[in-house]
Write a protein that binds this ligand. Structure first.
Ligand code: SF4
Length: 112
């Protein structure tokens, strides 16, 4: 009869659990780092400038972008990806760049 406290058996249990958890943990860590590691989108970038992107949404040019409302920002835009509370977010409009959660651009769409 096998002893449940057998060191070899315990070792195999730990190894198999670690093997199952490692890929999930690695993915989670990679995702958590993704937005923080992305370079920040600049307001001077031609596409960003054309869309009136401002890192601080309170500085949007109201004359040029009258559709902007004070409660609209990247954090509540449907094109942003990230967790609540993240300062920098990936944006599907600006691939490979992070936008400020308090930012805004003319492509803003209410988060679904
Ligand atoms: Fe921000 Fe949305 Fe514009 Fe991206 S598309 S910069 S998340 S407002």
């Amino acid at each position: 009869m096998q002893d449940a406290n057998n060191p070899r058996r315990q070792f195999l249990k730990v190894v198999s659990t670690a093997a199952a958890v490692a890929p999930v943990l690695a993915l989670t860590v990679r995702e958590a780092r993704a937005d923080a590691a992305l370079p920040h989108q600049t307001e001077a970038d031609p596409t960003a400038a054309a869309l009136g992107y401002r890192e601080d949404g309170s500085k949007v040019d109201a004359a040029k972008f009258p559709q902007h409302k004070p409660d609209q920002n990247c954090a509540n835009c449907n094109l942003a990806q990230g967790k609540a509370g993240d300062v920098w977010l990936a944006c599907s409009l600006f691939a490979g760049k992070a936008v400020n959660s308090k930012g805004w651009c003319a492509a803003w769409v209410k988060k679904a």
